[in-house]
Design a protein around this ligand. Structure first.
Ligand code: NI
Ligand code: MN
Length: 228
């Protein structure tokens, strides 16, 4: 069983597995790296890590058009409900739930979370997604934290980690994170979108090869990796 992972720019990804489509943090409108139009995406589930505009993105429009289930924390699901998105599933940190073809557990993320309109977004999260026999860790926006070791104890096939610095961990801390998480492979995110988070991903990839046991997978916006 395999998963096709497509980077849509910033922290937005499309996952396709066993005929199902998932979106992670679908920020496309206003994203200089956006590699898809919101109207061309037809997910069954959208996982949303926190309320910031560069993650919430086009969630409301996509969910309203497709009826996709939006999975996030309780506060975000409540806000979505007042903005016309009724098909939501609220969770909280440490909780897991089986959505049939994918299991999701919310992890801690050290960051903040408020909506573009200023309302409270609850605590930010990451996700551990188990799908097609693989376990993925999507860190969301976060600093490095030592409990990433505990996430690594769950055996991670692939990790999505921010490397942009400034708003999240940067390249150096991401190497320490990789050594805590010990994934088979790692995809960088939350970089290159704007000048404050510009990073050289090929240099980062060399450092991952030299200093960790993980395989770096550096995608261009719109490019895919098939995880086997
Ligand atoms: Ni954020
Ligand atoms: Mn962000």
């Amino acid at each position: 069983m395999s998963i096709k992972i497509t980077w849509l720019g910033h922290s937005a990804f499309k996952l396709e597995a066993e005929g199902h489509t998932i979106l992670l943090d679908p920020f496309l409108t206003g994203n200089p790296l956006a590699a898809a139009k919101p109207e061309d995406l037809n997910p069954e589930i959208i996982f949303l890590s926190h309320a910031h505009g560069d993650h919430l993105g086009d969630t409301v429009d996509i969910a309203k058009r497709t009826g996709a289930l939006v999975v996030s924390n309780a506060e975000i699901c409540g806000w979505l409900g007042t903005h016309g998105v009724e098909n939501t599933h609220g969770m909280n940190t440490g909780g897991g739930y089986d959505f049939g073809f994918v299991h999701c557990k919310l992890t801690v993320a050290h960051h903040s979370s408020s909506f573009p309109d200023g309302s409270y977004g609850g605590n930010p999260n990451g996700f551990i997604l188990t799908i097609a026999g693989k376990r993925l860790y999507y860190a969301g926006d976060t600093s490095l934290f030592s409990d990433m070791r505990l996430i690594g104890d769950q055996v991670i096939d692939l990790a999505f980690l921010p490397i942009g610095d400034n708003f999240t961990m940067g390249p150096e801390d991401s190497l320490r994170a990789i050594n805590y998480i010990r994934p088979r492979s790692v995809i960088p995110m939350h970089y290159k979108t704007w000048p404050p988070i510009d990073q050289d991903a090929s240099e980062w990839g060399n450092a991952v090869n030299n200093e960790t046991t993980a395989q770096p997978i550096v995608l261009d916006p719109g490019a895919s990796h098939v995880l086997i």
